[in-house]
Design a protein around this ligand. Structure first.
Ligand code: SF4
Length: 474
């Protein structure tokens, strides 16, 4: 069991992707730096594929970027003016290097490499279709099916036709970075569930899941890739292919609530500002009297600051996060798992003792970690603990690339509001209301909020399973 148990009360992003096109032959080095900036989107595996005149070399392994690429020798074989990279959050049973990305295939188009973020809702039917045509799979991942689809349909008609054909068949969430021949290609699904932005380097281009990766490369932000758009970069510059399919923007609101780094700007929205505004509205909703507002670090911090600014209650630190717990943290017994929260988050007793606390977290999924935190705060002498979630109650599973449990495991499905408060051991419990979330979204109907309200932007087939659920065979 890994340190991920510590995160088991949060939803998980499944991937971060990046592609770099340069005049020089060291595009892989830029991708390496960019992957560091995207590490929060996935910590189980890391990989880079470099394209040198159509010939692709690859390094990928289980581990953090710093573990997979340690020392310059680990980048030395990755030559080429185009490179793509991937970080992945994998679920139990999928911690297999074969599922790590980028994927590389050889077909009539030549060497093709692909990095994917997202989840298809019709993956079973696509895998069946490909299997019927003789395709043999090495993994259960959607990404392998996507690469096969593109190669199969592009073999005789070219890469653009292959991507168009695949987009016509795929349903669900996908951001793709592809390299083949002398091209770097970015694709965003017609709903735009997950972000993809374009940056300009002095001698080339960057495509990345988040703008924080552009900062890391000193690239100038150009714009976001629009839903359904394909962008193709080669020696002639950047060319956009307008969506060939019907589009309805449905950006995953959890990108803003939790996943994206606070210094990123996603589809024109500052992640930090979004969270701060959620906190401000939460303060108006909650209205409790308290001595200090504190965050569950790190994702709760901007909302806690917004809460403190609006309520006038001072902001302070009550929990310190240990940033040095690695992936291999072993927790063999239930008792040790209980201790894990104490090891990851320790209390600052002198800030807590005798105080009435407002504790702001980004969300509550299963409630297990939140419950332990409330217990630790009480052990440290807190007089009152008022729990505030800077997003509404999570009531539905995600099918679009965010690792969520089955509905039955969600605490807001299992229990009524007051039962949840009691389970957490809190004096009061406030969730950001759907109305206030909508107002932070500025009323724009361009977000998926389905894990809160169950209104999935597309039909989810009965055979689809929540993202992250490991399929048992085919
Ligand atoms: S269901 Fe929730 S987590 Fe999934 S894409 Fe929609 S908002 Fe994001």
């Amino acid at each position: 069991m890994s340190a991920n148990i510590l995160e088991s009360d949060s939803l998980h992003e499944e991937c971060g992707v990046i592609g770099v096109y340069r005049e020089s032959m060291d595009a892989a080095t830029s991708v390496y730096y960019g992957l560091y900036a995207l590490q929060h989107r996935g910590q189980e595996s890391s990989g880079i594929a470099a394209n040198n005149g159509g010939s692709i070399s690859l390094r990928k392994k289980l581990g953090l970027v710093s573990e997979v690429f340690h020392g310059s020798h680990t980048l030395s074989g990755l030559n080429g003016n185009i490179a793509i990279g991937h970080v992945r959050y994998s679920t139990a049973g999928e911690g297999d290097v074969r599922a790590a990305q980028p994927l590389v295939a050889r077909c009539k188009l030549g060497d093709v490499s692909l990095a994917h973020n997202g989840n298809l809702v019709n993956s079973e039917s696509i895998q069946d279709m490909l299997s019927d045509s003789g395709v043999i799979f090495q993994t259960t991942s959607d990404s392998e099916s996507i690469l096969n689809l593109i190669c199969q349909h592009g073999n005789t008609r070219g890469i653009e036709a292959g991507i168009h054909a695949a987009m016509g068949l795929m349903k669900g969430a996908y951001v793709l970075i592809i390299t083949v021949g002398d091209q770097l290609i970015g694709v965003r699904d017609p709903y735009g569930f997950h972000p993809l932005c374009i940056g300009k380097l002095s001698d080339g281009w960057v495509l990345a899941s988040e703008s924080c990766a552009l900062e890391a490369l000193d690239a100038e932000f150009v714009r976001d890739v629009t839903p359904g758009e394909i962008v193709i970069i080669n020696k002639d510059g950047l060319r956009s292919i307008e969506p060939a399919h019907w589009c309805r923007k449905s950006l995953c609101v959890f990108e803003l609530v939790y996943f994206a780094r606070p210094d990123s700007v996603v589809d024109g929205v500052s992640v930090y500002d979004f969270r701060r505004r959620c906190g401000a509205l939460l303060a108006k909703q909650s209205g409790v009297e308290a001595d200090m507002v504190m965050a569950v670090p790190d994702s709760g911090i901007p909302a806690a600051i917004g809460y403190a600014e609006t309520s006038g209650i001072p902001y302070g630190e009550g929990l310190i996060k240990n940033k040095y717990i690695g992936r291999t943290f072993i927790q063999p017994t239930q008792e040790m798992r209980e201790d894990a929260v104490r090891i990851k988050l320790s209390t600052i007793r002198q800030n807590i003792e005798g105080k009435r606390l407002v504790v702001v977290d980004d969300s509550i999924v299963r409630g297990t970690t939140c419950r332990r935190i409330v217990g630790h705060l009480r052990d440290a002498g807190a007089k009152e603990v008022h729990v505030c979630s800077a997003s509404p109650a999570v009531r539905y599973s995600c099918y679009f690339g965010i690792d969520t449990p089955y509905r039955e495991k969600l605490i807001a499905v299992q229990k009524e509001h007051d039962e949840i408060r009691e389970y957490l051991g809190a004096d009061t419990l406030t969730y950001l209301s759907m109305e206030n979330l909508a107002s932070v979204c500025e009323g724009r109907d361009c977000y998926c909020k389905a894990c809160f309200d169950g209104n999935y932007p597309m039909e989810v087939p009965a055979t689809a399973r929540p993202s992250g659920f490991v399929k048992e065979g085919r």
